[in-house]
Design a protein around this ligand. Structure first.
Ligand SMILES: *[C@@H]1O[C@H](CO)[C@@H](O)[C@H](O)[C@H]1NC(C)=O
Ligand SMILES: *[C@@H]1O[C@H](CO)[C@@H](O)[C@H](O)[C@H]1NC(C)=O
Ligand SMILES: *[C@@H]1O[C@H](CO)[C@@H](O)[C@H](O)[C@H]1NC(C)=O
Ligand SMILES: *[C@@H]1O[C@H](CO)[C@@H](O)[C@H](O)[C@H]1NC(C)=O
Length: 220
């Protein structure tokens, strides 16, 4: 567990070197109630609902987390939280969690993808940086089976059913911090989960949102 927390800080630092884009206001940051530095990212999927990864709830005290919307324009307390009971912090399967906000976010929401995109589809990984910039990194999405083929740095024992991958083409960039949204065709396809920056031919691994729709729908 300690190792994962250290990784998340490294990823958070690396992600601040990505490009700056106009706000996609459904991209939120999850932070401690005593700091404005993001811990994790998340995506607004309803005006009072944020999707993030389970690791952001399992490895921090959720009682002390708040959600920052539109770069701190709104800091919203949680009314509740949950993560998939089948989350496995060794294999990282079922790495999904949901935050219920105590008041509506004044921002856009993003629709959930119903199907995993094919290998080669383009996507964008978004994340708020520690200095109040919204970073975006272009990724080429890689399907679950292709990602575990060995061609992208991982085996089929590592890339499991609830995961999908992405390659970052620009080796100076890095996918966002954990829990941050990955969007393709204006739909939420993934959440940054593990596997590093996604550069130099080694894919970053995301939570595969379409494979977890039944958990999401039953947790709303
Ligand atoms: C903030 O982030 C941007 C891009 O991510 C970077 O160019 C800039 O140097 C950073 N600013 C500070 C003060 O760290
Ligand atoms: C790659 O990312 C760096 C850092 O954000 C940026 O300065 C550069 O313009 C990007 N290159 C391309 C080709 O997008
Ligand atoms: C953060 O939340 C915890 C748990 O609800 C609370 O005890 C603490 O006082 C809060 N800290 C701040 C700075 O609001
Ligand atoms: C976010 O807020 C910080 C602090 O007020 C500010 O410096 C930064 O420019 C803002 N970023 C955006 C994208 O508006």
């Amino acid at each position: 567990m300690n190792q994962l927390i250290v990784c998340s800080f490294l990823l958070a630092i690396a992600s601040s070197y990505a490009a700056v884009v106009p706000a996609a206001s459904y991209v939120v940051s999850v932070q401690g109630n005593d700091s404005s530095d993001p811990i994790c990212g998340g995506a607004l999927i309803g005006e009072k609902t944020v999707l993030t990864t389970a690791q952001c709830l399992a490895f921090y005290d959720p009682e002390q987390l708040v959600v920052s919307v539109n770069n701190g324009t709104q800091i919203i307390k949680l009314a509740g939280y949950t993560f998939d009971a089948a989350f496995d912090f060794v294999t990282m399967e079922n790495n999904i969690g949901l935050l219920k906000l105590s008041e509506p976010a004044n921002a856009d929401i993003i629709d959930l993808a119903q199907q995993q995109p094919a290998t080669g589809a383009s996507g964008v990984s978004y994340s708020w940086g520690a200095n109040g910039t919204l970073n975006s990194v272009d990724v080429e999405l890689i399907s679950t089976s292709d990602c575990g083929s060995g061609d992208y740095g991982w085996s089929e024992d590592e890339v499991l059913n609830t995961m999908v991958c992405g390659l970052v083409k620009n080796s100076s960039s890095c996918v966002g911090r954990f829990g941050s949204p990955v969007v393709s065709d204006n739909k939420l396809v993934g959440l940054t989960a593990w596997g590093g920056c996604g550069t130099n031919g080694q894919a970053a691994v995301f939570t595969d949102v379409p494979s977890l729709l039944s958990w999401i729908n039953s947790s709303l």
